[in-house]
Design a protein around this ligand. Structure first.
Ligand code: ADP
Ligand code: ADP
Length: 224
């Protein structure tokens, strides 16, 4: 069975229909790229898949969990326990060091500080950032900051990593490196990866891509 399943999903913002009847299955362990023009609904689709938004109509499953019927608090707990997130602008906390930014999700999940710090250090080292652990985001390059964001997304060993234009703010060399690193590490942990991008070079790293147009999938997205 798919790890994520949407059926008949609609999502509106006021009069604006962002998703207009989406069916999509995501397979466990795959890297899925969501492509399409600006404003087509890619971000909204990612947010529904990740349980950030509840759809107005239709159903969203994560494995056997009917996410679309969960309340805010249960969806927040599901996201914290099962998912990792990487955004276009890392959204690192500016007053925390790289190390503390990466440790934070573990601390929020209730892990002991010493264990959280040890795991955060290990991920920073894997991302080539051991020497930058004590720096704040403002002291890092864009590519370094995105690698910190990747460490933070992976530190909880998520089943699924959601990335929304993860390389959108980077030059093309940094973007290539960040994508390669993200996917290599995610594959190493067996995580499923869902990436929103309009960059075909980023999508080239995916196992499969779906194209969103006007709030609908205009490509094959459903498992047989
Ligand atoms: P994309 O990621 O493809 O650029 P989005 O999913 O961000 O598209 O947006 C799809 C449509 O929904 C757009 O018209 C956008 O303005 C609207 N939209 C998305 N998120 C919100 C929001 N939080 N509030 C209001 N409108 C939104
Ligand atoms: P994208 O790069 O996917 O186009 P946006 O910059 O459109 O992303 O959106 C970034 C965030 O703002 C998303 O969480 C999206 O849901 C939200 N958003 C997008 N459009 C609107 C809007 N018209 N009003 C309020 N929030 C929006």
């Amino acid at each position: 069975p798919p790890i994520l399943r949407l059926r008949g999903v609609r999502k509106r913002f006021g009069l604006d229909t962002a998703l207009d009847g989406v069916d999509l299955d995501v397979r466990a362990g795959e890297v899925l790229a969501i492509m399409g023009p600006s404003g087509s609904g890619k971000s909204t689709l990612l947010h529904v898949l990740a349980g950030v938004y509840a759809p107005d109509e239709g159903s969203a499953h994560y494995l056997d969990t009917l996410v679309s019927e969960l309340g805010e608090a249960d969806r927040a707990r599901l996201r914290l326990e099962e998912f990792g997130f990487v955004f276009q602008f890392g959204q690192l906390l500016p007053d925390l060091t790289a190390l503390d930014n990466v440790a934070l999700p573990l601390l929020i999940a209730g892990r002991p500080r010493r264990q959280a710090v040890r795991q955060a250090k290990s991920w920073l080292t894997q991302l080539g950032l051991a020497d930058h652990a004590g720096k704040r985001p403002g002291e890092l390059s864009g590519g370094q900051a995105q690698r910190v964001a990747i460490a933070r997304a992976l530190v909880t060993a998520p089943r699924i990593v959601f990335a929304d234009e993860p390389t959108g703010s980077l030059d093309s060399l940094s973007a290539e490196q960040v994508m390669a690193t993200l996917l290599e590490l995610a594959k190493g942990t067996g995580a499923t990866v869902v990436i929103v991008t309009h960059d075909p070079r980023v999508a080239a790293y995916a196992d499969r891509e779906v194209v969103v147009r006007d709030g609908r999938i205009s490509g094959v997205g459903i498992l047989a």
